[in-house]
Write a protein that binds this ligand. Structure first.
Ligand code: SAM
Length: 313
């Protein structure tokens, strides 16, 4: 498995950016390497002024109680449906969940700017889910600055937890109780105690093929699986490092061999995945599978790719 720790990415055997790299990109890559070296040497972060605080959901929010109430009423309906589709009941009332979530998200969270990670919308779906399940082992792959780990700790601080990332240099929040492993999960073996857990939760936000991650989690007898960025074929350009093939893509029928797309000016090429569809269907049908709905129009936070949640039936 080839990884680029500096860029926080793992190369995917099913797709790649097309060479030759444009001159513009070449200069950009050299400048980026210099930036990384300076940052690592002085232990500082260089931010382009234009991008500072851009895309940070915590900088804009409704303040008035009546606006917030209206938001909560609309979100309640969507979250109720989301949990119902997953065949689960929340442990507390949904309005309370939203209020608690907002306190966590806008409150004392140590990750003040989670650009590169999940924003308000995804965070709310995650928190609602966490409040409705009882996992005994939580495995998170793709930690970044640690915001989602912080969110997990709000419910499961006392549970067994293992965190995987190929590069922990950006960590701003570290769970006191979790085990941190700086390598890909596929090179790691769970011990007997971990294997014996009956309600394992896997949360993948590592931009690795979701098909491969699903097979791994299923083999390890997952009870719950979460995938961030479960995008469709036609929206592949929306993700700079797609987890191709995603679960949604595996369920779509694409009949071309090779396909191309452009993301922020860079052309990428993917190979159509060849796999035994019937076998995959048999495995995925053991789970309730729900993709999140777009709530940008209610929350005002920009649209991020769909998240998906699976629970073993
Ligand atoms: C989108 S970020 C995760 C964001 C995080 N879930 C949040 O919102 O708080 C993706 C992370 O995946 C990590 N990553 C890349 N390849 C990986 C691999 N093979 N295994 C685990 N993590 C990987 C990157 O280093 C990066 O930290």
């Amino acid at each position: 498995m080839k990884i680029s720790k500096e860029d926080h990415v793992t190369f995917n055997k099913y797709w790649n950016y097309v060479l030759p790299i444009e001159r513009k990109n070449l200069i950009f890559n050299i400048l980026r390497k210099i930036k990384h070296s300076i940052e690592n040497f002085f232990n500082i972060k260089i931010i382009i002024k234009k991008n500072f605080e851009e895309g940070n959901d915590r900088n804009s929010l409704v303040i008035s109680k009546n606006l917030n109430k209206l938001k909560i009423i609309q979100l309640e309906t969507i979250l109720k449906k989301f949990l119902k589709d997953l065949h689960i009941k929340p442990n507390i009332n949904i309005k309370k969940i939203i209020t608690q979530h907002d306190k966590i998200f806008f409150g004392n969270c140590p990750v003040k700017d989670n650009s590169g990670g999940i924003g308000y919308n995804g965070s709310l779906f995650l928190y609602s889910f966490f409040n409705s399940i009882k996992p005994d082992l939580i495995i998170e792959s793709g930690v970044w600055k640690g915001y989602t780990s912080y969110l997990i700790d709000q419910n499961f601080r006392k549970n067994f937890q293992i965190k995987f990332d190929i590069n922990f240099s950006k960590l701003m929040y570290k769970s006191k109780t979790a085990k941190y492993i700086e390598r890909d999960i596929s090179f790691f073996k769970l011990n007997k105690k971990e294997l014996n857990c009956k309600n394992k939760l896997f949360f993948f936000d590592d931009h690795i093929s979701q098909y491969d991650r699903f097979l791994l989690a299923d083999k390890l007898d997952a009870k719950y699986i979460i995938f961030d960025d479960d995008i469709s074929h036609s929206s592949i350009h929306s993700d700079g490092w797609p987890s191709y093939p995603t679960i949604k893509m595996c369920l779509e029928k694409l009949d071309s061999g090779i396909f191309k797309w452009k993301t922020l000016g860079k052309v990428a090429k993917g190979k159509q995945m060849k796999f035994n569809f019937a076998k995959f269907l048999k495995k995925i049908n053991k789970y309730h599978y729900v993709r999140t709905q777009n709530i940008s129009d209610i929350t005002g936070y920009y649209r991020q790719p769909c998240m998906s949640f699976l629970i073993k039936k």
